[in-house]
Design a protein around this ligand. Sequence first.
Ligand SMILES: CC(C)(COP(=O)(O)OP(=O)(O)OC[C@H]1O[C@@H](n2cnc3c(N)ncnc32)[C@H](O)[C@@H]1OP(=O)(O)O)[C@@H](O)C(=O)NCCC(=O)NCCS
Length: 235
Amino acid sequence: MEQTDKVYLYGASGHAKVVRDIVKLSYIDVQCLIDDNPEVNELDGLTVVHSAEGLSPIIVTIGDCLMRRKIVEKLGDREYMTVVHPKAILADSVKLGMGTVVMAGALLNPYTVVGDHCIINTGASLDHDVKIGDFVHIAPHCTVCGGSEVGGGTWLGAGSTVIQGVKIGMDCYIGAGSVVVKDIPDGCLCYGNPARVIKQINNMNMTMQKIELGGGKKRFFSLECGYSLERRVAA
Ligand SMILES: CC(C)(COP(=O)(O)OP(=O)(O)OC[C@H]1O[C@@H](n2cnc3c(N)ncnc32)[C@H](O)[C@@H]1OP(=O)(O)O)[C@@H](O)C(=O)NCCC(=O)NCCS
């Protein structure tokens, strides 16, 4: 990507406030925010617009992994900015994908690879040779030990620990404070110490039913397993 001094944040959320703070430290201006909710017109003193037409580069600032992926799919071929807080520590050999953000205090050790549109949140630690897929959210103060893998679209809840060499599948939700000690298949809701599979939430895109809640929110529930979750949703 060419050197630029401006960026647009898609998702007028609390997470956007944190990302704005990081880009400011790199002397980059957030021009405005973009949000699908027509009722949101201002955040953090910035104007919120409701179309991303012609705007670039973008960072999608939505913590929810499924929503982040849906927005990127909707935007199509765009330029995305990758940002790293100056007080994060990254080994030279670390690779970060486009649109990924790394928050303050995060620590990424040698040969760790992070995919596109990921969030490596405040104080998270990714040790050596860790592989993080696209659209992953590693929530604040997680510890992922050496050689472990987190599949695309997975949310690792705040303060979770993944021991060395473990493989977590795609599109999983790992509850806050979990301790993952063995492999987890795709599409599972897990939590606890040791983390156990509570439910399969496979094919969320395909099988989740939606109920409109208003205010840009919907409740998703699965007819297959009864799993239910409230989310902000793109139009
Ligand atoms: C795992 C999670 C997604 C489950 O949400 P949910 O399906 O709405 O679950 P509920 O709140 O209805 O709780 C259902 C049961 O699971 C238990 N539970 C929920 N999350 C748990 C967790 N992380 N660890 C242990 N038990 C948990 C609840 O105590 C409850 O038990 P009960 O039936 O005995 O009362 C959610 O609790 C969670 O941990 N989210 C991660 C949040 C996070 O890390 N945010 C970071 C923001 S950057």
